[in-house]
Design a protein around this ligand. Sequence first.
Ligand SMILES: Nc1ncnc2c1ncn2[C@@H]1O[C@H](COP(=O)(O)OP(=O)(O)OP(=O)(O)O)[C@@H](O)[C@H]1O
Ligand SMILES: Nc1ncnc2c1ncn2[C@@H]1O[C@H](COP(=O)(O)OP(=O)(O)OP(=O)(O)O)[C@@H](O)[C@H]1O
Ligand SMILES: [Mg+2]
Ligand SMILES: [Mg+2]
Lengths: 259, 259
Amino acid sequence: MKVWAVANQKGGVGKTTTAVTLAGLLAAAGRSTLLVDLDPQGSLTAYFGFDPDGMDGSVYDLFDALARDSAIDVAALLHDTGTDDLALLPAATAMATLDRQLGTRAGMGLVVARALKGLAGRFDHVVMDCPPMLGVLMVNALAACDELLIPVQTEFLAIKGLERMLSTLQMIGRSRGGAPPHVIVPTFFDRRTRASTDALRLLRDRWDAHMWPRVIPVDTRFRDASRAGLPPPAFDAASRGCQAYASLLRWLQSRQAAP
Amino acid sequence: MKVWAVANQKGGVGKTTTAVTLAGLLAAAGRSTLLVDLDPQGSLTAYFGFDPDGMDGSVYDLFDALARDSAIDVAALLHDTGTDDLALLPAATAMATLDRQLGTRAGMGLVVARALKGLAGRFDHVVMDCPPMLGVLMVNALAACDELLIPVQTEFLAIKGLERMLSTLQMIGRSRGGAPPHVIVPTFFDRRTRASTDALRLLRDRWDAHMWPRVIPVDTRFRDASRAGLPPPAFDAASRGCQAYASLLRWLQSRQAAP
Ligand SMILES: Nc1ncnc2c1ncn2[C@@H]1O[C@H](COP(=O)(O)OP(=O)(O)OP(=O)(O)O)[C@@H](O)[C@H]1O
Ligand SMILES: Nc1ncnc2c1ncn2[C@@H]1O[C@H](COP(=O)(O)OP(=O)(O)OP(=O)(O)O)[C@@H](O)[C@H]1O
Ligand SMILES: [Mg+2]
Ligand SMILES: [Mg+2]
C-alpha cells in the first residue's frame, strides 16, 4: 500500500484538486484507493456531497479514541464516494479544535499512521488531503506518508510559501528521524502570463531536483467537476488538466522518489 | 478612521488581493491608509518585499507586549511600502504559535483593536488581511473592524466554506456583543464557465442582502502586480480586475453597511 500526502501551508494552491484527481485516476485504473480528508474545512468531504459539520464517522473519531484511550474500528469510518474502487475517510469540522485540545499528548502525531496500518490489506493506494496550516493534522500526514506532493502555484507569492513549507518539512523531519521524500508540482500554469513563466523558471532554478518536470495548466473543468461531485477523470478525462495529472501519475509511478 | 477586515477561512479566495487592491485605491485617492497583515504566512508582507521570517517590528510584538505586560509604541512597528499614503504593519511567522502560547489569556482578543485606537489620528483607513483559519488572529480582526469583507470564489466548494465563515461570525458575535456587519464579495468570476455562473446564482439566492451586487472577474494582471511588488492599481489601474475593485470601493463608501 502506497501512501501519499498532498500538503502546502499556502491556501488555494490546488491541494484538494490534486488529491481527488490522482485518486480518481488510480480508481479508474482499477487500483483500490482510499482518500483521507485531514482538512477541518472538509473540502474533499463536501466534494462528494457529505457535510463536514454533521459527519457520523470521520478522522475526528481516530483522535477521540486516543483521548479516551479506547480502540476503534477504522473500517467502520469509511464512506462510499459513488465511484468504483474509491473510498473516503472524511473530515469533521470538530477537527479544528484538536490542536488546542490534545496539543502535546503522547502519540498524537502517529494517530493517522497507526489507523492506516490497520487498513493495509484493503487498499493499493492512499491519498491524504491536508489543511493550509501547520498543526497536528499536517504532522500526522507527514508521519504517515511514503511521499509528499507539494502543489505550488506558478506565481511570485507562492515561492515564499514554498520556502516556508520546505523549512517546516525539515523541522518536522529532524524530530521524526527524517522527512518523507517530496515532489513539487507546479499548478495553475498559464503560459500567456509573464508572471507564470517567470515563476516557473525561478522554481526550477532553485528546486530542480525535487520538481516534477512538467506543469498542471489552468483549466476551468476542475470547477465543473467539483460542482458535479465527480472526480475530474470521471467527469472529463480528456480535459487538459486531467491529461496533465495523468502524466504526473505515470511519472510518480515510474521513478524512485528523490529523498 | 474606518477599519475593514478581509477574512474567509477558505484558502486562496482572494483575501490578500482584495486587501492590497482596496488599500492601493484608497492611497491613490490621497487617503492615508494602513495595511495590517494578520496572516502568519505573511503574504501581504512578502508582497512588499519584506521577509516574514525575519521581521523586525510586526504584529507579533503587540501580542508579545501583552504577554510581558509591557507598553509598546505601535507607530514604531509601521513600515514603508514604497507607495505614497500607504503604510504596512507587517506579519511575522512567529505569529503561528500565538494560539498555542497565549490561548486563553485575558484581553487576547482585543490586542489589535487597542493598537489601532492608538493610531486613530494618523490614518483615514485601515485594511486588515486575515489567515485562512479561525484562531486568535481572526478573532482580533473581527473585534477591531467596523465592517467585514468576505471574498468568496464563485465555485461550488466555496459555498460550503462561506456557510462555515458565517456561522463562525455568529458564534464570535454572540461572545462579543454583536458581529460586525459583513459584505460578501464574489471573486474569480469567469463568465465562460457554467460552474461560475451557477455558483453566483446560488450565492445571490441565499445571501442577497449581504452581497455586493457585482463581481471581481478572473484577471491575470493580479499575479503580474504581485510579481512587481506594486498594489494592483499602481501597476495597472485600467485592468478589468482593478476596475471591478474600484466599483466595489465606490459602493462600499456610498451606502450604510448592512448589519
Ligand atoms: N489547475 C487548475 N486550474 C483551474 N482551477 C483550478 C486548478 N486547480 C484547482 N482549481 C480550482 O481552484 C480552487 C482552489 O483549488 P483547491 O481547493 O484544490 O485548493 P486547495 O489548495 O485545496 O485550497 P485550501 O487551501 O483551501 O485547501 C478550486 O475551485 C479548484 O476547482
Ligand atoms: N480575481 C483574480 N483573478 C485571477 N487571479 C487572482 C484573482 N484574485 C487573486 N488572484 C491570484 O490568486 C492567488 C491567490 O489569491 P490571494 O493570495 O489573494 O488569496 P488568499 O485568500 O489571500 O489566499 P490565502 O488563503 O493563502 O491567504 C494569487 O496568486 C493572486 O494573484
Ligand atoms: Mg483544500
Ligand atoms: Mg492571503
